[in-house]
Write a protein that binds this ligand. Structure first.
Ligand SMILES: [Zn+2]
Length: 75
């Protein structure tokens, strides 16, 4: 367990999403749009959304690959 006394640390020093170091004044990460100053809920939603898109893209690539195989087979 982490020490709970460090609860008052100001802001994340780097973006938890893409590991870029943002400016102190940035409300959103300039690299990936992560809500640095958003609520916990907004931050969680962003991460879930990111995961989801990632998975979706993988599935799409997989589907395209399969389609090509199928297409080639039918020719
Ligand atoms: Zn970021």
């Amino acid at each position: 367990m982490e020490n709970l006394s460090v609860i008052d640390k100001p802001i994340e020093t780097k973006c938890p999403s893409c590991s870029m170091i943002p400016n102190e004044t940035d409300a959103f990460c300039q690299q990936c749009g992560y809500p640095l100053k958003g609520t916990e809920m907004e931050q969680k939603t962003f991460m879930i959304d990111k995961e989801y898109k990632h998975v979706e893209l993988d599935e799409l690539n997989e589907a395209t690959k399969n389609q090509k195989i199928l297409y080639g087979y039918c020719q």
